[in-house]
Write a protein that binds this ligand. Structure first.
Ligand SMILES: [Zn+2]
Ligand SMILES: [Zn+2]
Length: 633
């Protein structure tokens, strides 16, 4: 046997990757009689690149899959990518902007075509990176959250939930750009610190005296429907429940208590305008306050604004401040720096606006999702994450699932323009079933990306058809993910699975920590502190990177990354390599097998050591103590 004296990961890894693929080593067999062990790999964003966080997440799953395979299970590690609505759309819009174009110049159809073009390129990039990591994935089963079969699953889900009256249309406060005249998603709003002012306004009380509120937007006072204070603020104890008179408009409004109010902001008393502020909107829901819209879609005061009707919002601000001064109700003006949202496309100040959106009713789904964890049908590692999970479910609000984007699953709702009929259908509708008109338009909005990825554990296996894969590999066994998406993803997968599969989607949830740098900062593009896994693989090999990372990954806690540990990983593999070389060069004539060998004491010692190690490693891996298992080895 002629082995190089030093471990050369590139040759070794390349060779085995090819071998696995040719021999279909990790292609799962749904007809197998063996017990199964399955994992669906959390799909990375298709436009993303592999981060050190992905490496950690993927390496853990790979360890579990290979471990179970060695134990004789029929294993499935199902890979795929996520279409990542807003992230992907933004990437392509940025490219267009470089050519001086917007998506509106192209129109919906051409724009979506353009995104598909990019999608192909990005997809190949991320998948190549995942393959370089040497994952034991079944690539023949690879899925994309926007592929046609997956789209069918998403439509089916929408229709079923709509029929069950879990999906409804309601009012919600969104970001609106009065210049682009379009709804802007949260991710498209750019926040900037601005030098502004804080206006202190006296609101007279109905039975004498007054209360002073501080605001950054005096013009919205025209739509005030309450004043709020913090229930623990002693200064205002006697004010709660009283009635104030809204200056200028002379409308009576209640003084309410809400924990969301920051005691330290201004005077600790704030005006509440549910139709024009995000926080006020939420407070308005809790206290059932009216929503009075006073600014229209052009950024001008509407008829609800009395004598200011027709004025631009910033003009109105000046007028109102002037009027308050002459009424002697303006206590003072303080300079104030605060962060203001701007349209990422035209830099106009964003106006929060009430609009109609699609929602999913969450209460019933949440109750069931809570129950299965309480009953131990799904276990979290570490168990402390269960508290986080319950906390969210206990405070759940309905899920806004519509997005004002073009890239994604278009909502399967059709409107008849002649008779107003609303048709919710998995098939495209061309003719109105009520009046026969062909004047039909489909809903413009697309679904939140999570509305497709919450089906991941079963839609990837062919649902809504009853497939062999579902029979064999569903429910899956382990989900490995980071804590920051317990709500967005983990909880929702549990809900959808209970609703549509009548079963849990997985039995164990292994929550990894986040990977941080040596100063404990999160890795981010803007800090420029992210190590590139591809460079690390080039330098240390994929196995070196993986084992190095697992060595410094304490169970369920954040990982403090240093390149030194990856070097340690590589050195460990070198040791294995040298040990193998030593054995092969000394015992070439000997066939493996110990039955016919007379054991010396030292042989027995080493066999007992290895047996112990196997038991300990099994034990650690069965309990998700992956770091411990690596250390034992
Ligand atoms: Zn704009
Ligand atoms: Zn009709």
């Amino acid at each position: 046997m002629n082995l190089p004296t030093k471990y050369e990961p590139k040759q070794v890894e390349e060779k085995w990757r090819k071998y696995w693929e040719e021999k279909k080593i990790f292609v799962a067999n749904a007809d197998s009689d063996k017990p199964k062990y399955s994992i669906v790999l959390p799909p990375p964003n298709v436009t993303g690149i592999l981060t050190i966080g992905h490496v950690l997440n993927h390496a853990i799953q790979d360890v579990l899959i290979r471990f179970k395979k060695m134990q004789g299970y029929e294993v499935l590690l199902l890979p795929g990518t996520d279409h990542a609505g807003i992230a992907t759309q933004n990437v392509v819009e940025r490219k267009l902007r470089e050519e001086g174009k917007t998506r509106f110049d192209l129109g919906r159809e051409a724009f979506v075509k353009e995104v598909w073009k990019w999608e192909k390129e990005y997809h190949d990039r991320i998948v190549t990176q995942m393959k370089k990591l040497g994952l034991a994935c079944d690539w023949t089963r690879e899925r994309f959250t926007l592929d046609p079969a997956y789209a069918r699953a998403v439509k089916h889900t929408f229709v079923k939930l709509y029929e069950k009256k879990y999906i409804y249309k309601g009012e919600y406060i969104i970001n609106y750009c009065p210049r682009c005249k379009t709804v802007i998603s949260n991710e498209e709003v750019e926040y900037e610190e601005e030098n502004s002012s804080l206006w202190y306004i006296n609101y007279p009380l109905k039975d004498g005296g007054y209360i002073t509120v501080a605001t950054t937007r005096p013009e919205t006072m025209l739509g005030d429907t309450a004043i709020a204070v913090n229930p623990h603020d002693k200064r205002y104890k006697n004010y709660i429940g009283k009635v104030a008179i809204l200056p200028i408009m002379n409308r009576e409004i209640p003084i309410i208590a809400d924990k969301q109010v920051d005691k330290d902001f201004g005077t600790g008393a704030v005006k509440i305008t549910p139709a024009h502020d995000y926080n006020d909107f939420q407070i308005g829901i809790k206290h059932k306050l009216d929503r009075i819209i006073v600014i229209d879609k052009n950024g001008k005061i509407n008829k609800n604004g009395g004598k200011y009707e027709g004025l631009d919002r910033f003009e109105a601000r000046k007028e109102i401040v002037r009027d308050l001064t002459s009424l002697n109700l303006l206590e003072k003006i303080e300079p104030h720096i605060h962060s203001v949202g701007h349209c990422s496309r035209c830099h106009t100040t964003i106006e929060p606006y009430i609009s109609t959106q699609w929602f999913v009713k969450m209460a019933d789904l949440a109750a069931k999702a809570k129950k299965v964890v309480k009953e131990g049908k799904i276990k979290f590692f570490l168990p402390r994450w269960e508290k986080v999970y319950y906390h969210w479910l206990d405070n759940i609000v309905d899920w806004v699932i519509s997005r004002q984007l073009w890239w994604g699953h278009r909502i399967p709702v059709f409107y008849c323009k002649d008779c107003g009929e609303i048709i919710v259908s998995e098939e495209d509708v061309k003719k109105c079933p009520k009046c026969g008109s062909t004047n039909i338009v489909q809903e413009e909005d697309v679904l939140d990306t999570w509305f497709s990825s919450w089906l991941w554990p079963f839609a990837t296996m062919g649902w809504p058809d009853q497939t062999e894969d579902l029979k064999k590999f569903f429910p899956t066994d382990t989900l490995v993910t980071a804590w920051d998406i317990i709500f967005l993803w983990v909880a929702r997968m549990i809900m959808s699975s209970l609703e549509f599969m009548d079963d849990v989607p997985f039995t164990d949830v292994y929550i990894t920590g986040l990977v941080r740098d040596e100063k404990r900062r999160r890795f981010s593009k803007s800090l420029g502190n992210s190590p590139d896994p591809m460079n690390l693989i080039e330098k240390y090999g994929a196995d070196g990177l993986r084992i190095g990372l697992l060595l410094i990954t304490p169970e369920g806690k954040d990982v403090i990354y240093s390149e030194k540990s990856i070097e340690t990983g590589r050195n460990f593999l070198n040791k294995l390599w040298n040990a193998s070389r030593f054995i092969l060069s000394n015992r070439e004539e000997q066939k493996p097998g110990i039955e016919d060998i007379a054991l010396k004491r030292i042989d027995r010692w080493i066999i007992s050591r290895i047996t112990n190690t196997i038991i300990e490693v099994d034990n650690a891996l069965n309990n998700f103590r992956i770091n411990e298992a690596v250390k034992i080895i």
